[in-house]
Design a protein. Structure first.
Lengths: 251, 95
């Protein structure tokens, strides 16, 4: 493939939205209240819409017969490049919100930079996505504050979720070879420069929510290289079931 | 998460600029800010609106259906309150 770095770069971005979208979609019919159920599935649909834009572009770059669906549905676990954070399960609503919040703050800053990409398709996608993600970030931040600054029980659950998910945050700012190549060409975002502001923003909100900023300095990594936690395989088996069982099936 | 104690909110949505807000339905939320966000997700996700009002249901004073007789029936036989007894000039359109 001529543009292999760009192809891999697109997958790196899109897989985050795909896997998080699948996680939020799992709450369809299972949300804690009717209203939050719809909110979570709306976020899921926003993310899937974004994924389609990235994968359609990736399929065009690949230049063979593969389609957006092939890319989404027919890869193996090791070929998914999403960060470990987004594949973590919906243990309870605090985890769902914590995961969303820790990703949204990053996602918003990332898209703001991606708008400046010299690749016009990518900057156009970023331009469209950023409005959706601004709302996601508002929604998840509000809920972190509500749960953190709520009852003793909600505070404890929110704190537990943040403590457990914290170890996956550093990976957001790691660079793959494809990332580095794309940054050098002015197409990609240098995620390392987003890190300082990310933690500043997250820490401020956690304080506002009367939560403690975890002190752990030990971080998990690997998702961007295809080395995932045990949760991704189960998620993919749900996601891919229909295409694997009835190959080439169309809606 | 317990939503049992969340109050009920009435949701009004303006579907286009220039039109009035119309009552769309009701939902539960802990406060006004959450009611707005919930209303955005529940009632405007298919592009139905450009503006949302939320009002906590307890602030609405409603007429009592038992009083419908005295409130509404007297108007039923007063056709002369409709402006239907005038000949409209042809030049006036869109009435």
């Amino acid at each position: 493939m001529k543009n292999e770095n760009l192809y891999n770069y697109l997958l790196g971005i899109a897989d985050n939205s795909l896997v998080l979208g699948q996680r939020m979609g799992e709450l369809c019919g299972h949300g804690p209240s009717l209203e939050t159920d719809i909110a979570c599935t709306n976020i899921s649909l926003d993310l899937f819409g974004q994924v389609r834009s990235y994968f359609q572009y990736a399929a065009k770059i690949a230049g063979d017969n593969r389609t957006e669906d092939d890319i989404a549905m027919l890869r193996k676990e090791r070929e998914y490049k999403n960060v470990l954070l987004v594949e973590q399960p919906n243990t309870n609503f605090a985890y769902t919100i914590g995961r969303q919040f820790l990703f949204d703050v990053y996602h918003l800053a990332f898209l703001a930079e991606l708008q400046k990409s010299t690749d016009l398709t990518l900057s156009a996608i970023a331009n469209k996505c950023i409005k959706e993600v601004s709302y996601h970030e508002r929604f998840s931040s509000d809920w972190v504050k509500r749960l953190g600054d709520g009852t003793k029980e909600s505070n404890q659950k929110m704190q537990d979720a943040i403590n457990d998910l914290w170890t996956y945050t550093d990976e957001l700012f790691h660079q793959t070879d494809a990332d580095k190549a794309m940054v050098a060409e002015g197409i990609g975002v240098d995620v390392t420069i987003l890190k300082e502001n990310y933690y500043k923003q997250v820490n401020n909100l956690l304080e506002e929510a009367t939560l403690e900023v975890p002190e752990s300095k030990w971080f998990q990594k690997g998702g961007k290289e295809g080395i995932h936690t045990e949760h991704l395989g189960y998620l993919l088996s749900d996601l891919q079931y229909m295409q694997r069982t009835y190959p080439n099936m169309e809606w | 998460m317990s939503t049992k104690n969340w109050p009920l909110w009435e949701i009004f949505v303006r579907s286009k600029n220039g039109l009035e807000h119309r009552h769309f339905g009701s939902l539960h939320a802990a406060d006004a800010e959450m009611a707005l966000e919930n209303a955005r997700d529940v009632y405007t996700r298919r592009n139905e609106g450009v503006s949302i009002w939320v009002v906590e249901s307890k602030h609405i004073t409603a007429s009592n259906p038992e009083n419908n007789g005295e409130l509404f029936e007297p108007a039923q036989d007063k056709v002369y309150r409709h402006p239907t007894f005038y000949d409209l000039p042809d030049e006036v359109k869109h009435m």
